[in-house]
Design a protein around this ligand. Structure first.
Ligand SMILES: NC(=O)c1ccc[n+]([C@@H]2O[C@H](COP(=O)([O-])OP(=O)(O)OC[C@H]3O[C@@H](n4cnc5c(N)ncnc54)[C@H](OP(=O)(O)O)[C@@H]3O)[C@@H](O)[C@H]2O)c1
Length: 346
């Protein structure tokens, strides 16, 4: 068994990692780190995991550094991961960091999108962006892998085949997102009475996850706008992209291209053309799973295309992808511990 420590284990993504580790045949939780909850039972924060961790208590960062582990997941706010990453890499422990601290490979991009100079820019060169569908072989040999932005991963996976084939003239991205994206600390925007049943549009044109999309699709930022809508759901991200194609296309060509990239991918699913109400995916169809659904519809003019992708933000958009990467880093079956089916209805 490989020993695993989860930092930020009392948080949203950290809790999801604990759920996944509880069902993993070859990874074992060695410590669940929380500064504010150290000493308290894990299940007091994550009551759904009581049966899995009946006597496990949260540990402090100091205790965590004193325990042996093969890999650590860091589910911490951005800006707080990099000092922890440095300590673990010195101890030759593998790291998967779910924050934005090592997602961007260019330090100047970090300044541009996160508004401050990176504390350890050398880590950016060393880390691999944690999306196996794009970087599988690099992840296998890596000791430092980033997590993914949930909105970014949903968008990248929806548009990757088009970008790689040079077919994106431009794209307007609309992201509909659930409240768990905001983490477990409520504010006036995320507090239930204000957030539930909402349809609140924010960050018009330019969300910071665009930085990852541009980096991974290798396309200029000017091609995209990305606008967010807070939807009245807890989990789930849906990306709707209004794409202008670089050349006139037939739907059969698009099917061929999407199949070329995603056939054999364990978590990628293309929506069928029929029935029409299942052609463009609803995040409810992937809830609680690591699956991705992508569907598209081409306008009669052959140039205008709508692409829709759906994921569970805490799974494929965070902890599921992170575990998929860890499996690869250990040389395990990539799908290990991630075979669960979606909950429906949920
Ligand atoms: N939520 C999502 O859908 C999602 C998706 C993709 C990526 N992510 C990323 O995953 C990370 C965690 O997100 P989350 O939603 O799980 O946030 P969260 O619910 O707020 O949890 C973060 C946890 O980190 C701990 N923490 C805060 N500051 C710390 C510090 N300086 N040092 C050590 N621990 C600290 C806190 O616990 P203590 O104060 O008790 O230590 C907190 O509970 C973020 O970087 C986020 O961008 C989240």
């Amino acid at each position: 068994m490989f020993r695993i420590i989860v930092w930020g284990a009392n948080g949203m993504a950290g809790g999801e990692l604990l759920r996944l580790l509880a069902g993993h045949p070859e990874l074992k939780l060695e410590g669940a780190v929380s500064r504010s909850k150290a000493g308290q039972p894990v299940w007091h924060v994550h009551p759904h995991l009581r049966q899995d961790f009946p006597s496990e208590t949260f540990i402090s960062p100091e205790e965590a550094f004193g325990r042996d582990s093969h890999l650590v997941f860091l589910a911490l706010p951005h800006g707080s991961s990099w000092p922890v990453i440095e300590q673990y890499l010195q101890q030759k422990v593998k790291v998967v960091d779910l924050s934005a601290d090592v997602r961007l490979s260019n330090p100047e991009d970090y300044v541009k999108w996160y508004g401050s100079i990176h504390g350890a820019p050398h880590l950016l060169e060393r880390s691999v962006y944690g999306l196996p569908e794009v970087h599988r072989e690099e992840i296998r040999g890596a000791d430092l892998v980033s997590g993914v932005g949930c909105n970014a991963s949903c968008s990248i996976l929806g548009l990757f085949p088009l970008a790689r084939e040079g077919l994106l003239e431009d794209a307007r991205l609309e992201l509909r997102v659930g409240s768990s994206e905001g983490g477990s600390n409520p504010n006036t925007g995320s507090h239930h009475p204000y957030r539930s049943r909402t349809l609140r549009v924010y960050e018009p044109f330019r969300h910071r996850h665009l930085a990852e999309i541009v980096q991974e699709l290798k396309t200029p930022e000017e091609l995209f706008t990305m606008t967010m809508t807070a939807a009245g759901i807890v989990r789930g991200v849906q990306m709707l992209a209004q794409v202008r194609l670089a050349r006139k296309m037939k739907e059969s060509e698009l099917w061929k291209i999407y199949r070329k990239y995603y056939q054999g991918e364990p978590f990628m699913n293309l929506c069928p053309a029929r029935p029409s109400h299942l052609r463009l995916p609803d995040p409810r169809f992937v809830m609680g799973s690591n699956r991705v659904l992508t569907g598209f519809s081409l306008h009669d003019d052959g140039y205008r295309l709508i692409v829709v992708s759906a994921i569970d933000n805490l799974m494929k958009g965070a902890s599921g992808s992170a575990l998929q990467c860890a499996n690869l880093m250990f040389g395990l079956e990539e799908t290990s511990g991630l075979e669960m089916r979606p909950l429906y209805p949920a």
